[in-house]
Design a protein around this ligand. Structure first.
Ligand SMILES: Cc1cc2nc3c(=O)[nH]c(=O)nc-3n(C[C@H](O)[C@H](O)[C@H](O)COP(=O)(O)OP(=O)(O)OC[C@H]3O[C@@H](n4cnc5c(N)ncnc54)[C@H](O)[C@@H]3O)c2cc1C
Length: 463
């Protein structure tokens, strides 16, 4: 075989056949969650082992094409795909091993939260993760990871105690607190910049006996949102860390799980979860259920894995999406008024605004201890523009951009990188802040000096 022809094809030995334009499997394989990113890579390489990931990395280098690494494919900016390049699809790398006694889980770099939660729940254990089961463990963890258990146990990246990584030169390294500790620091919030994580080792955290939590949503009329959020802001500071809230401006989707009389109604949904034992959780959560007269109270004791699927039907793949985020130190009157105005101006009923409550264990970790920036934020806002007609692209994106800009004077300096959207290098710089960005650049220079891993919230290598 000549060098030229070898260079055009991936090496033999992939367990799942490499997929190329024109192959029957290509159309299904090229799509990611966000329907805006209708891209056509040259090759999609499903990777089932660290060795195959290394082969994919070296292949992309050899043929000098861009490399996208796909975990769950749920990045809003479509970082799990690219035009004309190589996609290393980690989908088959999804093995999960649970060591319940040792409270540790080993998780393949392409696993989803649904699979991980299902594997740990029978032991009444969980890795604090995200809120939608189809999301990838990989991208969510490497950016930080916010969910129901964050206030009690910290971010997802705080649970990562070690990782196996394929570097840009194809080497496989292990990182933990004693081996390559700088790499672990960078992976805890620095995104996919430093290599491909083929295995995450996570600390497992306890759920109540039987794995059941108190959770669900209380739906309030959108017109009452200001009042509800003011009362929430008053209560939030004293809320014990076992309880967590997420307020969402949405139009009730027409789902069988939601009251038919409320379908399509604009509401403020106060979603919550409490991981205390039954009586104690009921008492703690009662004031949150009585902030105002609700349209419906759907809070009940349920398996944690079920709660983790509560938002799935509301986040189907294939719609057009654009997300932007901002951190808030506190939920002030000014922020509440602005968010209520933004909700009233949503360009389509599918658009949402989420307000995640943080604090607790997230804020107790030293800011400098991980690459994740902005641990002091009490709240994280996420404007999610969702629409179906490409003719609405600019109108929908502009709504999120203008909303983000209007709140900027009230926002904290840092932004959660997984909610950064399609922002350029300046926004990434600001998201981390000067000192952290400098350290990340130096580590990028050490681990990926040629910036092979650049389809992400990119950190340019120093040096
Ligand atoms: C429906 C939905 C719900 C969400 N809910 C939450 C939530 O509750 N909490 C929260 O914090 N965030 C949430 N997010 C944001 C989410 O964290 C990011 O979109 C994240 O990037 C998704 O990861 P992924 O692996 O699915 O995405 P991908 O598009 O596959 O990857 C995203 C980025 O991570 C990199 N990457 C992925 N896996 C690896 C790996 N193993 N090694 C190296 N790099 C990798 C990719 O190269 C890419 O740059 C949500 C997003 C969506 C779409």
């Amino acid at each position: 075989m000549s060098l030229g022809s070898r260079a055009l094809r991936p090496p033999d030995g992939f367990r799942h056949a490499p997929i190329r334009r024109g192959d029957a499997a290509y159309e299904a394989a090229r799509h990611v969650w966000n329907g805006c990113h209708d891209r056509r890579p040259e090759w999609i390489l499903p990777c089932a082992s660290a060795g195959e990931v290394a082969a994919a990395v070296l292949f992309a280098r050899e043929i000098v094409l861009p490399l996208a690494v796909r975990g769950g494919g749920h990045s809003f900016p479509g970082y799990g795909t690219c035009d004309g390049g190589v996609v290393a699809d980690l989908g088959p790398l999804a093995r999960i091993e649970v060591d319940a006694a040792g409270r540790r889980a080993r998780v393949g770099g392409g696993a989803t939260w649904g699979a991980l939660d299902s594997a740990t729940a029978p032991h009444a254990l969980a890795v604090p993760g995200g809120l939608v089961s189809t999301t990838g463990v990989g991208g969510l963890t490497l950016g930080g990871g916010i969910g129901w258990l964050s206030r009690a146990y910290g971010l997802t990246c705080d649970q990562m105690i070690g990782a196996e990584v394929v570097l840009a030169d194809g080497r496989r390294v292990w990182t933990d607190e004693s081996e390559e500790p700088d790499l672990l620091w960078a992976l805890r919030g620095g995104g996919g910049n430093f290599g491909v994580v083929t295995r995450f080792d996570f600390r497992l955290r306890p759920l109540p006996a039987g794995g059941e939590v108190l959770g669900g949503m209380v739906l309030h009329p959108a017109t009452a949102a200001g009042r509800v959020l003011r009362r929430l802001a008053e209560l939030a500071d004293t809320l014990p860390e076992q309880a967590s809230t997420l307020a969402a401006f949405v139009s009730v989707p027409p789902l069988p799980s939601l009251p038919a009389s409320l379908h399509f109604t604009p509401v403020l949904a106060l979603a919550l979860c409490d991981i205390g034992e039954a009586d104690e959780a009921e008492a703690r959560v009662r004031p949150l259920r009585e902030l105002a007269a609700p349209l419906a109270d759907l809070v009940r004791r349920q398996p944690y894995v079920e709660l983790q699927r509560m938002f799935d039907a509301g986040a189907p793949a294939g719609l057009r999406q654009y997300g932007l985020g901002a951190n808030l130190a506190a939920l002030t009157e000014g922020a509440i008024d602005l968010l209520s105005e933004h909700a009233a101006q949503r360009p389509t009923p599918l658009c949402q605004i989420h307000l995640h409550q943080l604090g607790g264990a997230v804020a107790r970790v030293e800011e400098a201890a991980t690459a994740y920036a902005g641990r002091d934020a009490g709240w994280v806002v996420h404007w999610i523009a969702t629409w179906t007609d490409p003719a609405d692209d600019e109108r929908a994106r502009d709504w999120a951009r203008e909303a983000r800009a209007q709140l900027s004077s009230l926002a904290a300096g840092r932004t959660y990188v997984n909610f950064l959207g399609e922002s350029g290098p300046d926004a990434v710089h600001r998201a981390y802040g000067e000192a952290k960005h400098d350290r990340l650049r130096a580590l990028k220079g050490r681990y990926d000096p040629g910036n092979l891993f650049r389809i992400n919230a990119n950190i340019p290598p120093a040096g």
